[in-house]
Design a protein around this ligand. Structure first.
Ligand code: DC
Length: 226
């Protein structure tokens, strides 16, 4: 069976990574969490006190940001220069800074180049904000996930609490709305649904129902491959 490229885009905390990971396991495809790449870059910038307004400083810093993924005990982990930063990049400080960092064009260029390299052989599920519009505009299947804000905030809250983080629900909702606003209004590659993307609102769907829907779409797209 010919391998395809699957793009999963959408707003923050819509369950993109849950769906994308499940599809990758089902099809035995690679999985790339592009949000984790922007988060790891943000962590590097925070640790090294990079001035986001200083283009030269940002460009220089990008030369020292090496991001990779490894599966450890079945868990997808993000590495920044050989350090496992999977937990740290999900904390509130990174969440509060990642959208401003993701507006910087030189950062986007560096991330997109790596993402295209990671997906060049196809057989990949990539989730993010601009996968179907910029990174892989020719992806055979593009899914655009949405869910209502209350449900998204609750899901994120449950996830962070289960990891032992001390967060307030109101703080999460504010962070999500602010990231949505910055992500969809930025000048360079704003978050938007690609014209040929299929929208799934999962507010009232279980993970299984969502997966069933996605698999149906995948079968349709695969049957069109020669
Ligand atoms: O998927 P996430 O919430 O971990 O993404 C974190 C941030 O990274 C998000 O607020 C916007 C940015 N991002 C982006 O601009 N483009 C992508 N392809 C993925 C994420």
């Amino acid at each position: 069976m010919k391998k395809i490229t699957i793009a999963v885009d959408g707003f923050s905390s819509c369950g993109k990574s849950t769906l994308a990971k499940a599809i990758a396991v089902e099809l035995d495809y690679g999985y790339v969490d592009t949000g984790a790449m922007y988060r790891a870059t943000t962590l590097y910038f925070l640790r090294n006190k990079i001035d986001l307004k200083n283009n030269e400083e940002v460009q220089n810093a990008l030369c020292h940001v090496n991001i990779s993924f490894k599966s450890l005990e079945g868990k997808n982990c993000t590495f920044l220069n050989d350090e496992n930063v999977e937990e740290e990049i999900r904390e509130m400080e990174v969440s509060n800074w990642v959208s401003p960092v993701a507006t910087i064009s030189s950062v986007r260029r560096a991330m997109v180049a790596q993402q295209r390299e990671m997906g060049k052989e196809k057989g990949v599920v990539m989730d993010g904000r601009d996968i179907g519009t910029v990174v892989f505009p020719d992806a055979e299947l593009k899914i655009f996930l949405t869910a209502n804000m209350e449900i998204r905030a609750q899901r994120r809250y449950d996830e962070l609490i289960s990891k032992g983080q001390k967060v307030k629900r109101s703080e999460i909702a504010t962070n999500l709305s602010e990231r949505d606003r910055i992500d969809s209004t930025r000048e360079d590659s704003p978050l938007r649904k690609a014209d040929d993307a299929i929208e799934i609102d999962n507010s009232n769907l279980t993970k299984e129902e969502q997966m069933e829907l996605a698999l149906k779409l995948i079968q349709e797209k695969m049957s069109l491959q020669v």
